[in-house]
Ligand binder design. Structure first.
Ligand code: FNR
Length: 366
């Protein structure tokens, strides 16, 4: 019982103290805008707002879920409330971390609760896909899903798919049999939107098509190139065998840029491009490739731990101004126009996509 709680605390510590990022890029260095010397718009008129699940947001940035339920609930509560204040101020959506601890220990609910400081924020709850597996006798169902959303007055539920992380940790939940079926049953009854999210290894088009077929509302690709959960588990490993396994899989997965292209090509689902998004030019590229949001986790952790709302907002405003500038320089008045500007795709990303999708078809209809 205590394990989940302590584990989350250790994760945050390692994320703050060590380099837990992938050793490879998220692929966006292979995606190029074509500079426009005559943008034919004023920079001031660039509109960064986006629509998502029936709501309008001022900026195309999503604060990805990180925490909740840690020891004494103090740390997690501070992180979530700090992120929520920033999200409220900027009118952007945010997620909380896995609510498994809350399902087990309902008294930790306050560490996920942010409505007191962020009454209007679009808030996304979070549960793990393996908990819905048919292999687990006490598997989650609609009851736990409703509890996750309603206890914290969230607007939607994220289901995280994290087989990589689970597979390289000693106490990992590697039961994934029957998850798709369980999510299909949940989706049929559940009154809130469901976002399927990866946590750093990316979503393939095959998985995206299956998720769309059962009615999942959006996909957060959580691609390779940012925080590596195998990296985090490497530092937590208890023995050499565990360390070796985690190290071997440190850079496993589908890069964020590639995952965005695959999911956009194969489905009509709204996309959140998370995984190594660290500047506004990269974010603008993700939007041009068909994402509705760029998602960010790790860079916001440090100011959030300190309760530094201004620090979180400062980082986000830098991204926003960089996105705005990139949009100006390609003559895109809004995110819709940004999706129509020419993109050049080179290198590894091009090779991958040429092998997997109709690249020119994708580029035309993204
Ligand atoms: C995460 N992430 C995460 N995701 C999830 O669905 N449930 C969770 O509980 C957590 N916990 C968590 C803790 C910390 C400290 C970090 C940094 C991240 C994953 C997160 O939402 C995101 O998908 C990845 O971190 C990739 O984004 P970045 O970090 O590269 O911007």
């Amino acid at each position: 019982e205590e394990l989940t709680v302590i584990r989350k605390f250790e994760h945050i510590e390692h994320c703050l103290r060590r380099n837990v990022q992938a050793h490879v890029s998220n692929g966006f260095e292979d995606v190029h805008f074509v500079h426009t010397s005559l943008p034919e718009i004023d920079k001031d008129e660039v509109d960064l707002s986006v629509e998502f699940l029936g709501r309008r947001f001022d900026y195309p940035i999503f604060i990805a879920g990180m925490t909740g339920g840690t020891k004494g609930s103090q740390l997690a509560g501070r992180i979530n409330k700090t992120l929520a204040k920033a999200a409220q101020e900027l009118n952007i959506p945010m997620g909380v971390g896995s609510q498994r601890a809350m399902i087990r220990k309902p008294e930790t609910w306050e560490s996920y609760y942010v409505r007191d400081v962020a009454p209007d924020v679009f808030l996304v709850g979070n549960l793990g896909a393996p908990q819905f597996s048919e292999t687990i006798p006490e598997r989650y169902g609609i009851e736990e899903a409703l509890k996750a959303v309603e206890t914290i007055q969230a607007d939607a539920l994220a289901i995280h798919m994290n087989p990589l992380q689970e597979s390289v940790q000693p106490e990992g939940d590697t039961q994934y049999r029957g998850v798709l079926n369980a999510l299909a049953e949940l989706k049929a009854e559940f009154p809130y939107p469901i976002i399927a999210k990866e946590t750093g290894a990316g979503v393939s088009m095959e998985v995206a098509v299956r998720l769309e077929s059962i009615g999942i509302d959006a996909i957060d690709v959580g691609g390779l190139g940012g925080t590596s959960w195998s990296g985090v588990e490497y530092y937590r490993a208890k023995d050499e065998m565990g360390r070796d396994l985690a190290l071997r899989f440190w850079d496993w997965g589908i890069k964020t840029a590639i995952s965005v292209a695959e999911v956009r090509y194969a489905t009509d689902l709204p996309i959140i491009a998370t995984g190594g998004m660290r500047d506004g030019i990269t974010m603008a590229k993700a939007l041009a490739m068909g994402a509705t949001f760029a998602g960010v986790a790790l860079p916001l952790l440090r100011p959030a731990v300190k309760g530094d709302v201004d620090g979180v907002i400062r980082i986000l405003r830098r991204y926003i101004e960089e996105i705005r500038n990139a949009m100006f320089l390609v003559g895109a008045r809004d995110v819709g126009e940004l999706r129509k500007v020419p993109l050049v795709i080179t290198g590894f990303t091009r090779e991958w996509l040429e092998g997997r999708i109709g690249l020119s078809t994708y580029l035309r209809r993204r």
